[in-house]
Design a protein around this ligand. Sequence first.
Ligand code: WQD
Length: 356
Amino acid sequence: MTSTQPKILLTGGAGYIGSHTALAVAEAGFEPIILDNFANSHPAVIERLKAIRPGTAFTLERGDVLDGEWLEGVMRRHALAGIVHFAGDKAVGESAANPLKYFHNNIGGAVSLLRVMERLQAEPANGNSPMPALVFSSSATVYGDPASSPVAENFPLSHASPYAHSKLVIEEMLAALRQANAAWRIGVLRYFNPVGAHPSGLIGEDPSGIPNNLMPFVAQVAVGKRERLSIFGNDYPTLDGTGVRDYIHVQDLARGHVAALSALLSGQAETRNFTVNLGTGVGCSVMDVLKAFEAASGRPIPYQFEARRAGDVAEYYANPALAKRLLGWEAQHTLQDMCADAWRWQNGNPNGYSVD
Ligand code: WQD
């Protein structure tokens, strides 16, 4: 049965945020097309998505956005209403050790996608059909070390890692395209700290190796995969001395992408192009997360304080007012929801998507 629903291409759509967004996009009446090379995700995700939502095909296009010729074929195959660009690498520490990988995959991948979009739009056969609306997965790391919180979109931008630098360069490229050609409709979403999992427990965050990020590490301690949590610094100028961040449930984040797509497709002038924070506006410390996770899992989380981690900042959390005003979106899940859903995923899938 061929779907008549507007199609949305999700590059990196089998990844952590991509897979949750594919579900939300389907629930909103779009048809998700998942593009992924599984470099940092697992083929099992597609079957899990179908198990959660049997009526949706979750069509897979397996390949790399850097392959412009192949990507053009994908975009010709599917008359796309929109594109959400997740594909890329996202480990801050790795990017410092291997900057060229991040510049090539993240910036090169974005250039490849944008060139195909522009080429197809320029074809006479294209007539006057609009260019697909584009949503770009950016990051709050483009704010560097903000002087204060809550952080608003007009705060100074900087980068403290090649990963953040790659996101900043792509944002600047998108700004230049908007300036050059009114045909572009682009929504930039700056994520704060995505955590949690779909309430079914069938999809979630599946980091390879030792998790860099707090929540998956805590979850692995709770399930017995890691012995204890190292808390990087308890001498920060925060309430309990540990680092404060704006943790946002991945389900809220997914809804934010649907709100962004709907706004771009609405034809409203005010939401033809925008850049917004996706955060809760609430800061939580490492200790807050640890205690909430113990309550959600019923498991103790042993920990020890260690030296601060290079590059970490004491505290930052979002001012989410612009996303609420422009997109009518705000986060709804609490830290307790995030921990309960992350625990259900971890406890049900101790080895993530690998069945071994
Ligand atoms: C959160 C807090 C740590 C691990 C990163 C990326 C950012 C974004 C989200 C992509 C900090 C502390 C952590 C641990 C700890 N990703 N911590 N022990 O660094 O705020 O942001 O992930 O866009 O780009 O920079 O998140 O989860 O690594 O750290 O004490 O084992 O937890 O010091 O205070 P971060 P995080």
